[in-house]
Design a protein around this ligand. Structure first.
Ligand SMILES: O=P(O)(O)OC[C@H]1O[C@](O)(CO)[C@@H](O)[C@@H]1O
Length: 557
């Protein structure tokens, strides 16, 4: 496979990065057509990437890089169902879950699209029956509350989408998400729900994840404690998984199971049965609209050449900022309160996909790969960490995301929100020179000595790379398109860096060691011998919590 850092395109980009370059401000002054040239529309989204410090030569070199990495061919391999997740020997076909063009998708010679459609119909029917009151709890009460028990991709996607689509919630329905193995998360949730009206959705691709299995077992025990009988469990517990045997072993009847397949990555799974909590909370039609929005982005991504392809451009611009400008962190800044979980969702989507140091062929990655993703909704982030983005010593790139219309048009809130959305990007790009800072302070009537004192603090370097993503309104369709945009951006970056974006070996070691530590931890009141099998810091930590836990019981008794 191509080692991208050894290609002439990479060398050219390094040269362009080292050469003197106009400031972002100057790029705009010299080229009035810059914004029109460096923006595009697709699937209801508008992307403006002109506020990156990218010249036409750099953009051409980035396109050459995509060509050198054979991006279009790798894209074709994904859509064709080839096993591009080589370490796990799996195809990557989340696009098949939302293909409304009736295409066939083959995995090991089988057209999986029929199974996809059948499972979707099963979800539609289940959602209808719950909403119609045909499926009730064991007392005959409606199942108007959902507790989704899952973690990572079995939690973040559905939770983000349910929150994002709150204007579409079916009246009277509530959905809770329990992910953390911290018992507090489950306890707080159970305190807020009525067992007779609650449907527990146990969402786990593997059905082996410690957190989810622990939470599900405790939820089941709570349900039985609260008056449910064993025979009632079937009415209150459903499973979403690829692992039928484990579902049965757990005690959930496979008839109450919605399946998906190993070619759906956990962090790419909200389009599958994992989206059941979304369908129940917003209605199946809206869930399907979410899928259709993603499909519209897939169609664009599948067909458009890299120079006019929104996910590919976002990826290339990101590679420029990461590899040639040195931005180790990337902020996701949604100016929409409903998207408050988008940064958390993208942390998994991006960092679990592209936080890799070995290439797909096992050779070390010769360049920096996925950046740190973080973010908060605007304008909250402005009053928290924007200081560092504006004036800190590290370069940080950012995506600003906003709908032009609000679902809550109260007074002039949305105009104020949008003013901030636009002005922050402008400020990050143009910055403020010392001469400008001085002139402003003098115009405000400050004494010369104060101007001298404050001038260094009032300088903004500018040239902070930002993208703007604008949609008319946050709807199921535009949300679907937005998520698919990021999924494909992540794919393109992984393909160019030559890494496998679809495995996650980095989560293994901590899990294995936690399995070793667990039996060394004292139950309340239990005396344990001093820990000895680890480094001295780890031994000391085990001993410290063990001492506290042993003493806690003694005090109580
Ligand atoms: O759906 P599962 O199998 O419970 O896995 C949950 C999450 O755990 C991981 O495997 C590791 O964090 C994620 O990739 C996945 O989304």
């Amino acid at each position: 496979m191509t080692d991208v850092v050894k290609t002439p395109a990479w060398a050219r980009l390094e040269k362009l990065a080292a050469a003197p370059r106009p400031s972002a401000r100057a790029l705009f002054e010299r080229d009035p057509a810059r914004a029109a040239r460096m923006s595009l529309e697709a699937a209801g989204l508008y992307l403006d990437y002109s506020k990156n410090r990218i010249t036409p030569e750099i953009f051409d070199a980035l396109l050459a890089l995509a060509e050198a990495a054979d991006l279009e061919r790798v894209r074709g391999r994904m859509f064709a169902g080839e096993k591009i997740n080589a370490t796990e020997r799996r195809a990557v076909l989340h696009v098949a879950l939302r293909d409304f063009a009736m295409r066939a998708y083959h995995v090991d010679g089988e057209d999986v699209s029929k199974r996809v459609r059948a499972e979707r119909e099963k979800m539609r029917d289940f959602t209808r029956r719950v909403h119609a009151g045909e499926l009730t709890g064991h007392t005959g009460a409606p199942l108007d509350t959902v507790v989704n028990i899952g973690i990572g991709g079995s939690d973040l996607g559905p939770q983000m989408a349910v929150e994002a689509l709150s204007p579409y919630w079916v009246r009277g329905r509530r959905t809770f998400f329990v992910s953390n193995v911290d018992g507090q998360h489950l306890a707080d949730t159970l305190a807020a729900v009525d067992p007779a009206r609650t449907l527990f959705i146990v969402a786990s691709k593997t059905f082996a994840t410690q957190e989810t299995m622990t939470n599900a077992a405790s939820a089941r025990a709570w349900f039985l404690e609260k008056g449910g009988r064993e025979a009632d469990v079937a009415k209150h517990f459903v499973a979403l998984s690829t692992n039928e045997r484990a579902v049965r072993d757990f005690g959930i009847d496979p008839a109450n199971m919605f399946v998906f397949w190993d070619w759906v990555g956990g962090r790419y799974s909200l389009w599958s049965a994992i989206g059941l909590s979304i369908a129940l909370q917003v209605g199946f039609d809206n869930f399907e609209k979410l899928l259709k929005g993603a499909h519209a982005m897939d169609e664009h991504f599948r067909a458009a050449p890299p120079a006019k392809n929104m996910p590919a451009i976002l990826a290339l611009v990101g590679i420029w900022n990461r590899n040639f400008e040195g931005a180790a962190a990337h902020a996701v800044l949604p100016y929409d309160q409903h998207l408050h979980r988008l940064p958390a969702y993208l942390q998994q989507a991006d960092m679990e996909s592209n936080g890799k140091r070995a290439r797909a062929d096992g050779a070390p990655a010769g360049c920096a790969t996925g950046p740190v993703i973080f973010g908060e909704p605007g304008t909250n982030g402005q009053h928290a960490f924007y200081q560092l983005i504006h004036q800190g010593t590290d370069l940080i790139s950012a995506d600003f995301i906003a709908p032009a219309l609000s679902h809550a048009p109260i007074g002039d809130h949305h105009e104020k929100l949008l003013a901030n959305f636009i002005a922050q990007q402008e400020a990050l790009m143009i910055g403020r020179t010392e001469a400008e800072a001085r002139a402003e302070m003098l115009a405000q009537g400050l004494a010369q000595k104060d101007v001298d004192r404050l001038a260094p603090h009032k300088v903004f370097p500018g040239g902070r790379p930002v993208n703007a993503i604008v949609m008319e309104k946050l709807t199921p369709e535009t949300l679907g398109a937005l998520i698919a945009l990021y999924e494909h951006k992540i794919f393109c970056q992984g393909a160019i860096w030559g890494i496998n974006s679809f495995d996650q070996w980095g989560v293994e070691l901590g899990k294995t060691l936690a399995g070793r530590v667990l039996p060394e931890l004292a139950r309340l009141g239990e005396e344990k011998p001093a820990a000895a099998g680890h480094d001295v810091s780890t031994n000391a930590l085990i001993d410290r919590v063990n001492r506290i836990r042993a003493a806690a019981k003694r005090e109580r008794s």
